[in-house]
Design a protein around this ligand. Structure first.
Ligand code: T3D
Length: 309
């Protein structure tokens, strides 16, 4: 099948698998991080309707696929994304993940059509859905011991911003915008928004973004340190696929240790962080990839990492 390419250069037909949950995922806690919570396994045999997964040598692409709703989340999409990430985490052949959206948006957060109150009915318990869906997703992204690249192909709004910020490297199409739309609804930035936002851009900009809800253009997001970089729309697919292909050939275990250290640094004292660095460094130094990296440097050749710990 000849792949066709959309506005941001992403494949449309390239080895897309309509993944079915027949791989033994059973809802137990994943093994790749103590912060992670039990996966929301899809019922056996249920196909994915709102997430596309394609497997490439060394990495998985996970595509949010409700373009008519700018990839806003319903419950099924939450379950499918969690399952897709779980499969990527457990697949030893997968050493990096690319997360993006289909169509002109990356993700518009919660699907608000499911939040219209029934006349006279009780208000929805948003704390329950945050607890059941959004918080475990953010923990899963942060705890995954493999790099997750987020290609923001268009507007990111509400929890869509928070999900992008929970990924490790965020690359945005130049036309993309980031909209902390929560305030317009009387809500607060969830999914780690109030955690990551001020740490990335500082308190003044975090408050302006969260309280005003104005769209932040991708180039300013890059200038403010919210994201890694901005690329021309038509280059987004090519650039992020090159990035994730590169990451997939790196010392995966070591990259996972880097994530652990950076995840912990926001809460740790310097003393605690120094101790953690010592322990992670000790473990990293025991890997074949470290020995290979040193040997390759000394022998002036390219390293061949196997990614294992
Ligand atoms: O509820 C809980 O469980 C708690 C957790 C909450 C987490 C959250 O994410 S709360 C925040 C929810 N999201 C938003 O507030 C964003 C709402 N969307 C927008 O503000 C705008 O759509 C955008 C700024 C994202 C894009 O604007 P624009 O003008 O480019 O597009 P549009 O015309 O507004 O949207 C295109 C279509 O997508 C449109 O449908 P239509 O008219 O073509 O049939 C629009 O209704 C739909 N859409 C966009 N966002 C959502 C949505 N449909 C449902 N839910 C959405 N969030």
């Amino acid at each position: 099948m000849v792949p066709t390419v959309d506005r941001t250069g992403f494949f449309r037909e390239l080895s897309i698998e309509r993944t079915v949950n027949s791989s033994g995922i059973d809802g137990r806690a994943p093994v790749h991080g103590k912060e992670a919570e039990p996966a929301l396994a899809l019922p056996e045999g249920e196909s994915m309707d709102f997430i596309e997964v394609s497997r490439h040598p060394g990495w998985h692409a996970i595509v949010l696929n409700r373009p008519e709703r700018l990839n806003a989340f319903n419950d099924a999409m939450h379950r499918e994304l969690r399952t897709s990430l779980e499969q990527a985490a457990e697949d030893a052949q997968c050493r990096a993940v690319l997360l993006t959206g289909r169509g002109r948006g990356f993700c518009a957060g919660q699907d608000l059509t499911s939040r219209v109150p029934a006349p006279g009915g009780p208000p929805p318990d948003l704390g329950a859905t945050v607890e059941e869906f959004y918080n475990p997703l953010i923990r899963q992204l942060r705890a995954m011991r493999k790099p997750v690249v987020c290609a923001v192909n268009g507007v990111a709004a509400g929890a869509g911003v928070s999900i992008a910020l929970a990924c490790d490297i965020v690359v945005a199409a130049r036309s993309a915008t980031f909209v902390l739309s929560f305030a317009r609804l009387g809500l607060i930035p969830d999914s780690g928004g109030t955690f990551h936002l001020p740490r990335l851009v500082g308190d003044a900009r975090a408050r302006g973004l969260a309280l005003l809800g104005e769209p932040l253009p991708a180039e300013r997001a890059e200038a403010w340190g919210l994201i890694w970089k901005t690329v021309d729309d038509e280059r987004l697919g090519q650039e992020t696929e090159a990035l994730v292909t590169h990451l997939a050939a790196q010392p995966t275990f070591g990259l996972g240790q880097i994530k652990r250290a950076l995840n912990a640094s926001g809460d740790n004292t310097l003393d605690a962080q120094l101790d953690l660095e010592r322990d992670l460094m000790r473990r990293a130094g025991q890997t074949a990839d470290y020995a290979e990296g040193v040997a390759a440097f000394v022998e002036k050749r390219a390293p061949r990492f196997d990614g294992r710990g």
